[in-house]
Design a protein around this ligand. Structure first.
Ligand SMILES: [Zn+2]
Length: 410
């Protein structure tokens, strides 16, 4: 997969680094693995790696990334597969001197580029995280703008179970649970979700948590729009006690979901948040016929949907829905509109029932002012004449001249 070099690939700095004898640095620039469209209207995922040596980076690192992409988008980890074309994927090769991560209590310290370490907080074995300052520097060194990295996944070349979610979603790429851990950590780092497991037997005494999937309310008012919903694979959405490291005093939306246990689906509340966060970065329309000036007899109006399998379209003329006009292009005369001035609107929207709030971010409309002039007198040919005509000539005789697009001030 890495052999597919994108047009966005920058000039590698690897050669310079090698000449200078620099090590533990990114090899240079980034590779675009999936180019589904302009980064302006896609969620851009960036992979970084830690604990991958120069020998690992074209082999193990590539296979760890491939495994994650396969799991994320092709194995039913909803909602991601449905929105696959809303993402671009890139990777930066970060080269370490040694493989693996630190395990301080065991006296194991590896010389890696991003200082990945288990027991990152000094207490929890599985808490694997990296030095954010060093990771940020890798982004600065390799991306034209670090804000391009809207999702930041860091795979660590170690087989020991672990991960952590902060500004980066970090996971042990060599562990058998790697891809599930990565998805869970994405829930933290991309969507600001809380863990839904308990821990402390002391009751929670703090303020209402900011995360949308945990609450102090025993009735789950925070996700009232989902209460009672029976989600396949999850069960009834309600308010279940025990969340965010407390066994009592905090509630979660489902009995068991991916924010509580690996191998479970995201529950409806989390799934909705993920979709809303995607639409926070992406609009339903990639582009459309220029609408900044009124159009005179345009051949057709058009929009370019980000993914026709996800986005539906309706066309309206003067505010009225034109039934069965559901293509990415629209021609007034095809629907019997003669000479006149019209306001034509294309409404693009995601009809998913996985979102019940803020649905306005799932749709986008564009409008054009169009003047149509159809010739008053159209010669009606004798039937025998018509038989000898084909294609565009017939359209012309029927009063629908095919004119090239042009616009003028009305
Ligand atoms: Zn977690």
């Amino acid at each position: 997969m890495l052999s597919h070099l994108s047009k966005y690939l920058l000039i590698p700095t690897a050669t310079i680094a090698m000449l200078l004898g620099l090590q533990n640095v990114a090899r240079g620039a980034y590779l675009t693995l999936w180019d589904n469209g302009s980064s302006e209207n896609r969620v851009d995922i960036f992979f970084l790696g830690d604990g991958y040596t120069a020998a690992d980076v074209d082999t193990t690192y590539v296979s760890h990334i491939d495994a994650m992409l396969q799991h994320l988008f092709n194995e039913g980890e909803n909602p991601y597969p449905r929105y696959k074309n809303f993402f671009n994927v890139h990777s930066v090769d970060v080269i370490s001197n040694e493989s693996g991560a630190d395990i301080p209590p065991e006296g194991i310290f590896r010389d890696t580029a991003l200082d990945a370490s288990y027991y990152f907080d000094g207490e929890i074995d599985r808490l694997l995280y990296i030095n954010e300052v060093k990771a940020n520097q890798v982004l600065v060194d390799n991306l034209p703008n670090i804000s391009l990295a809207e999702i930041r996944l860091v795979t660590v070349n170690d087989t020991r179970y672990g991960g952590g979610g902060g500004f980066y979603a970090v996971y042990a790429g060599g562990n058998s649970d790697a891809t599930e851990v990565a998805l869970h950590e994405l829930g933290h780092s991309f969507n600001g979700l809380a863990d839904e497991y308990g821990g402390s037997s002391e009751p929670y005494m703090g303020t209402e948590p900011f995360e949308i999937n945990v609450t102090q309310s025993p009735t789950g008012d925070k996700w009232s729009h989902w209460l009672g919903y029976e989600q396949p694979g999850i069960g009834i959405i309600g308010a279940y006690e025990g969340a965010r490291y407390y066994d009592t005093g905090l509630y979660r939306p489902s009995e068991n979901s991916k924010m509580r246990s690996l191998g479970r689906p995201f529950d409806a509340v989390s799934r909705e948040k993920i979709i809303l966060d995607i639409y926070n970065l992406v609009n339903p329309l990639d582009s459309w016929l220029d609408n900044t000036t009124p159009l005179f007899n345009p051949d057709k109006l058009w929009v370019d949907l980000i993914d026709p399998n996800v986005i539906d379209i309706n066309w309206f003329v003067n505010g009225t829905l034109v039934s069965e006009a559901e293509d990415e292009w629209f021609r007034l005369t095809d629907y019997g509109f003669g000479s006149g001035i019209y306001e034509v609107t294309a409404r693009a929207f995601d009809s998913t029932d996985w979102v019940r709030i803020n649905r306005d971010v799932l749709e986008q409309s564009v409008s054009w002012t169009v003047q149509v002039e159809v010739p008053d007198e159209v010669a009606v040919p004798e039937p025998r004449t018509l038989l000898g005509l084909v294609g565009a000539s017939i359209l012309t005789l029927m009063g629908y001249p095919r004119q090239s697009s042009k616009s003028r001030k009305l």
